[in-house]
Write a protein that binds this ligand. Structure first.
Ligand SMILES: [Fe+2]
Length: 324
């Protein structure tokens, strides 16, 4: 957040807008003011203000619609929105709440009410931004784990890109796509707690070593759990080794108990492993990797529909794809 918080205000009532601007400047905030919803909306994506104060009833685009756009996009969704309400009926207020408005201020408002609300929303925004910095640390940690093994370098980035591509192709929600991207980077972060002697063992693991190795999804979930911004990826981290027939780990989930995003990650993770070189074998060609995956899917491990879609987006030349 900037040293001097930036507040974007919008109201088609020029006089009310002028008064609000004067009050906020008097409080030491940087202010940009707009007379209509459309130009306010454009400016929000350009300026990324720290707080938005917006009137609901404006020609062209209502405050509720502006708020909906703000909350729909990843880069602006954390910006708090205060809505100015004059004679808003409860239905309109409910619509605004549904669109994601963080707080309301009745017109005419008291200056102390306005500044108290702004301060409290700025505090929440700052806390969220600090969480995001914590997220950066976790991502750096994931990179450090990967860097330890020459054979897995680039694995998490490839997996997250492929998983995200699948999410887009299947037209999953933005939250799920986000979970696939972050989950791709973080799915094996729990390996930090697994001894190198097990991770890098060239031969087969003993039963005891296997039990230890299989704790990595649970450990990964526990590492990432405190971070609000990674919440949607937790199921990917925990369940990327589950199998449809219930023979996976750590929870032996089966069928629809396994979230779709975790089923996608399982397939993408294995595919990248098969098509990358390992210390004990060369990278397999795409066709051979899919033969193995299809055999395993027929055996009841993987989601055949997801695997078929994945094969389409990986095997078909990029230019023929519509959604990637
Ligand atoms: Fe894993």
């Amino acid at each position: 957040m900037r040293n001097i918080p930036a507040i974007l205000i919008a109201d088609d009532d020029a006089q009310a807008l002028g008064v609000l601007e004067q009050i906020l400047r008097g409080q030491g905030y940087a202010v940009s003011a707009y007379h209509d919803g459309v130009s306010a909306c454009e400016a929000i994506f350009e300026e990324k203000p720290d707080v938005i104060i917006i009137d609901n009833f404006m020609p062209g685009m209502s405050g509720t619609e502006v708020c909906r756009q703000v909350k729909l996009h990843r880069e602006t969704r954390m910006i708090p929105v205060i809505m100015l309400t004059g004679y808003a009926r409860s239905r309109e207020k409910l619509d605004a709440i549904e669109a994601g408005v963080d707080d309301f201020l009745d017109k005419p408002f008291k200056v102390i009410e306005l500044t108290t609300r702004i301060k409290s929303l700025l505090r929440v925004k700052r806390m969220n931004e600090e969480l995001d910095s914590a997220e950066r640390v976790i991502f750096a940690l994931a990179g450090a784990i990967e860097a330890k093994d020459a054979y897995t370098q680039g694995h998490t980035e490839r997996v997250s890109q492929l998983a995200l591509k699948m999410g887009r192709f299947l037209e999953l929600s933005e939250e799920d796509q986000n979970a696939l991207y972050k989950g791709g980077i973080l799915h094996d972060i729990g390996k930090i707690a697994i001894p190198d002697a097990i991770l890098n063992k060239p031969g087969r693991l003993t039963e005891e070593e296997l039990i230890t190795f299989r704790t990595h999804p649970d450990r990964g979930e526990r590492i990432c759990k405190p971070l609000h911004s990674i919440k949607s990826a937790l199921s990917v981290i925990r369940s990327h080794h589950e199998r449809l027939d219930g023979s996976g780990y750590p929870d032996r989930l089966s069928g629809s108990q396994i979230p779709v995003i975790a089923r996608i990650m399982a397939i993408v993770d294995i595919y990248d492993g098969l098509t990358s070189a390992r210390s004990y074998r060369a990278a397999l060609p795409q066709g051979q990797a899919f033969s193995i995956l299809e055999e395993e899917a027929a055996h009841g491990w993987w989601d055949t529909a997801i695997l078929a879609e994945f094969k389409r987006i990986v095997m078909v030349p990029q230019k023929r794809l519509l959604f990637v």
